[in-house]
Design a protein around this ligand. Structure first.
Ligand code: SF4
Ligand code: SF4
Length: 371
């Protein structure tokens, strides 16, 4: 598996373009494309955030990929994403604007078709079909361009996690509700990735996010662009660059167990990995595993007890809350109300998915442990 690494010191178009050309040429992408292909770029536009924050894919990375495509004869290039919150014209216009994607027109068509299609997943563990946004379902070639981040629920967000954004709008919180346990949710993500099967995944890690990602963390630049055809092995590799243990990220461990990620087969192409990398700060939600030395027969009750006492809940900073209701809109358990222009959380029923924290534009929600 070829994994490209290009060092890019800053978000400057010509530097990024040069890095994208080197990566896509090394991967032989030109041979896979035909001029009549409908190519769809799937960025990470989790919410309407300025590209200056490391929450979303930077528009210059998308632009550089689109420029490369155009120069290789591709004319049908669409950018498609379903952000957190509603999936409609009003919401997505605002997301495109704030995330800097409007600057890509006319090179890239910003998707305004808000329909979705059902695609079969016959081998799914609980889900025998997925409802995904139409441009992705109809694409001839999918380029997944994600942002490298830590993530409150999954620990890590890269190529696999980015594909959750093909699920339309508020169907995403419903899926959190259906699979509240990390093992099940991760299995669903891996199956969704197999169904979407992007031909190429680029990771924007020029700036990346640490701490309370995917939206409330802080900047941790790696000054790198990564690219690979195999998104699973690339996620394993990228998590390692962040100082995370890839086998402790459930979706990556599952991808390895399924034979999708093959960390022993990585061939690095491009720049050397700098020696100065420092580990990423993990999200507050990350629980410690105290069960390593507990005898096998006691593991289940100990895990049950620890889950109770270490369970994380959202905590509101009332001073920051402006009562916008975005948290309530995306709470799959419907336990948030807006009262006197402030969010009010009911603890009972909370599944600790942190969709509320992810969607809060004011960083008003932090994580509190039950104990
Ligand atoms: S907590 Fe955040 S998302 Fe919820 S109402 Fe307050 S500001 Fe809006
Ligand atoms: S309150 Fe927040 S963490 Fe709890 S279920 Fe709702 S969205 Fe998830």
């Amino acid at each position: 598996m070829i994994q490209t690494i290009q060092l890019v010191p800053a978000y400057e178009e010509e530097l990024i373009y040069k890095a994208i050309c080197a990566s896509l040429d090394a991967l032989g992408i030109e041979k896979e494309l035909r001029p009549d292909f409908k190519v769809v770029i799937k960025p990470n536009l989790v919410m309407a955030k300025s590209p200056d924050t490391p929450a979303t894919t930077h528009p210059l990375v998308v632009k550089s990929v689109a420029r490369w495509l155009k120069e290789h004869g591709i004319t049908h290039i669409t950018l498609a994403e379903s952000s957190g919150g509603l999936y409609n014209a009003e919401h997505m216009k605002s997301v495109y604007q704030v995330c800097g994607m409007k600057t890509l027109a006319p090179l890239v068509t910003l998707n305004m078709d808000f329909s979705a299609k059902t695609v079969n997943c016959p081998e799914g563990f609980a889900n025998h079909s997925f409802h995904i946004i139409t441009p992705i379902a109809e694409a001839d070639y999918i380029i997944n361009i994600c942002k490298l981040k830590t993530h409150a629920m999954t620990g890590y967000s890269g190529g696999i996690k980015n594909l959750f954004g093909v699920i339309p709008g508020l169907e995403k919180p419903q899926m959190h509700y259906r699979w509240p346990e990390i093992e099940d949710f991760s299995r669903m993500l891996v199956e969704l990735s197999e169904i979407v099967a992007p031909q190429l995944t680029v990771i924007d890690a020029i700036d990346a996010m640490e701490g309370n990602g995917p939206t409330g963390g802080t900047s941790h630049p790696l000054h790198m662009l990564l690219a690979a055809k195999d998104l699973y092995t690339q996620d394993y590799f990228a998590a390692g660059l962040m100082g995370l243990d890839p086998m402790k990220i459930v979706m990556i461990r599952q991808a390895v167990q399924k034979g999708l990620a093959k960390p022993d087969e990585i061939t690095l192409v491009g720049d050397d990995i700098p020696e100065s990398l420092t580990p990423f700060q993990v999200p507050d939600t990350q629980n410690l595993n105290f069960t390593g030395n507990v005898p096998g027969f006691l593991q289940k009750p100990v895990v049950w007890f620890l889950k109770k006492v270490l369970k994380s809940y959202p905590q509101l900073d009332k001073k920051r809350c402006v009562g916008c209701g975005k948290c309530a809109e995306s709470c799959p358990a419907h336990i948030i109300r807006i009262k006197n222009q402030k969010a009010v959380f009911q603890k009972r029923g909370c599944i600790s998915c942190f969709c509320c924290q992810e969607m809060c534009p004011m960083k008003a929600i932090s994580v509190k442990k039950a104990l």
